[in-house]
Design a protein around this ligand. Structure first.
Ligand code: HEM
Length: 538
């Protein structure tokens, strides 16, 4: 029993969540009426017709009929855990976020997921993995909604429905359920070559992680941190697993997918139950907030680009420990609602056009998925900070709001004639300058480079990792029906590396295309040889 953040007076809830759920030795209806029998319908005689007046029968069947809610439109399959985040205090010089002050402990809920498969699909498929963390801070909820791959397929959210339509199962046969081996996916990524970098990571061993416990996580976009004086810094967020980064090999993934399609969720839950609590360090790459928002020539607003760790080392700022499994999958893992717009003072977004679309999309989809606008009141989504909003009514409204004047300022509800806002610690968007510009539907010129970073990633791989990539492309493209799509993808590979292209072409029995652009020389210095390749700190 604890303070109810939706109670106007902050009073304690009158029933605990446990009391609301099943417990005790009496079986009742939803109205609390004690039942004598739940196995027989009310009938006119033992062999007679069932009577409509049987309320218990109707309530029981009606409720069962409505048990399912829509699965997430992406990231439908997931597994989650509770934990705690302990801040080292090392970010305190660049952000005023209270939960990043030294020694502060913040409860968290983390949901891992695959992206493309349905809720019942297998865990070990080749796919990107979601890594979403909800921090229940004293200043409100902060969500870091990231993936295990540091870049994304597209640079502008307006293409998100397109890339997902291309990557989800074909609309006619609903094949394939969970893997990328199909014509529409390969059609899309070869026509929108900004997808090359993410696709290459997917085809590498990063696409088939050994365990959620051995995955890195990335915030992907560049975020803006703000310190107590209002000074700003650009950052990229990284999660580094204490257990190290490990992947399956393809044959293992295939065998496990057949023998135990729940492999990753079982592994996570078993580890936590056994007391082997998984841990990650949160780190940031700290980048100056210049008007150009570039770093060493890399456009920080382009989510298809990383900043090599050799150019901006990841600095650890805190430790995440997952220490408790959810009690109920539906209540917690299924109903949790993350949002990149859930920010706290000291953390702000940037103008990355992919991030802008996400700021709209999550709230919007959750209205449908969670049945109306009040999903913030579902226990797993509740902030641990006091709530005093002006949001009223709507489906599934749980709060009993007091007062007659749901607007601010007002002179009726016991004072509060003035709106106590920013000057008392409220969230203030960073007043960054927005260039006076004409309206355009255009991408900046810096977004046009689609191949230099995939090439650096390829060059950073060891020989055996490269062979895995070649085998993955050969297998996946081998499943494509249209020869023209295979050939177009080979032309993309020719822009990354001649050996990669040649090997995959040979595997497919197709001619090797020449690159359209001559490959610029890549700096082979050790500083860049590890690009995109990050190692655990322990
Ligand atoms: C769900 C990550 C881009 C729309 C998710 C989830 C993650 C994620 C981790 C699962 C959250 C959970 O466990 O409940 C990312 C990353 C992106 C990205 C890292 C790029 C950097 C986008 C874009 C859009 C989008 C561009 C739309 C414009 C959605 C939607 C969901 C989702 C609709 C389902 C949310 C729900 O039903 O609660 N994303 N995403 N995502 N994402 Fe993204």
């Amino acid at each position: 029993r604890g303070p109810d953040p939706y109670s106007p007076t902050g009073q304690e809830e009158d029933v605990t969540p446990e009391e609301r759920a099943q417990g005790g030795d009496r079986l009742t209806t939803a109205q609390g009426l004690r039942l004598a029998d739940t196995d027989h319908s009310l009938k006119a005689g033992p062999r007679g017709p069932v009577l409509l007046q049987d309320h218990h029968l109707r309530e029981k069947v009606m409720h069962f009929d409505h048990e399912r809610i829509p699965e997430r439109v992406v990231h439908a399959r997931g597994a989650a855990a509770h934990g705690v985040f302990r801040s080292y205090g090392t970010a305190a010089s660049v952000t005023r976020a209270a939960f990043l002050a030294k020694g502060v402990e913040t409860p968290v809920f983390v949901r891992f997921s695959t992206v493309l498969g349905s809720r019942g699909s297998a865990d070990t498929v080749r796919d990107t993995r979601g890594f979403a963390t909800k921090f229940y801070t004293d200043e409100g909820v902060f969500d870091l909604v990231g993936n295990n791959i540091p870049v994304f397929f597209i640079q502008d959210a307006i293409k998100f429905p397109d890339v997902i339509h291309a990557a989800k199962p074909h609309p006619d046969r609903e094949i394939p359920q969970a893997q990328s081996a199909h014509d529409t996916f390969w059609d899309f990524v070869s026509l929108h070559t900004e997808a090359t970098h993410h696709t290459l990571w997917n085809m590498s061993d990063r696409g088939i992680p050994r365990s959620y416990r051995t995955m890195e996580g990335f915030g992907v976009h560049t975020f803006r941190l703000v310190d107590a004086e209002g000074a700003t810094t650009l950052v990229k967020f990284h999660w580094k697993p204490k257990a190290g980064v490990h992947s399956l090999v393809w044959e293992e993934a295939q065998l496990i997918g057949g023998a135990d399609p729940d492999f990753h969720r079982r592994d996570l839950a078993d580890a936590i139950e056994a007391g082997a609590h998984p841990q990650w360090e949160l780190g940031i790459q700290v980048l100056p907030d210049t008007p150009e928002q570039t770093f060493e020539g890399i456009d920080l607003l382009d989510p298809t680009k990383i900043v090599p760790e050799e150019l901006a080392p990841v600095q650890p700022i805190g430790l995440l420990t997952l220490n408790a499994n959810p009690v109920n999958y539906f209540a917690e893992t299924e109903q949790v609602a993350f949002h990149v717009g859930h920010l706290v003072p000291g953390i702000d977004v940037t103008d990355d056009p992919l991030l802008a679309g996400r700021l709209f999309s999550y709230l919007d989809t959750q209205i449908t998925r969670l049945g109306g606008p009040n999903f913030g009141q579902i226990p797993i989504n509740r902030t641990h900070a006091p709530v005093n909003d002006m949001l009223r009514d709507g489906f599934h409204q749980d709060a009993v709001h007091a007062g007659v004047a749901p607007y601010k300022p007002n002179s009726l509800d016991g004072g509060c004639p003035f709106f106590a806002g920013a000057h008392e610690g409220g969230y203030v968007e960073t007043p960054v300058r927005v260039a006076a510009a004409r309206k355009v539907r255009e991408a900046p010129a810096s977004f046009a480079d689609h191949f230099s970073q995939p090439r650096l990633f390829w060059l950073s791989l060891s020989p055996v990792e490269r062979e895995h990539v070649i085998a993955a492309y050969t297998f996946e493209l081998g499943k494509v029906y249209e020869q023209a799509i295979k050939e177009r993808n080979l032309r993309v590979l020719a822009e990354i590396d001649p050996y990669l292209c040649e090997q995959v072409a040979q595997g497919l029995g197709l001619p090797v295309p020449k690159p359209v652009n001559s490959l610029p020389a890549v700096d082979p210095s050790p500083a860049l040889s590890q690009v995109g390749r990050t190692w655990p700190t322990t």
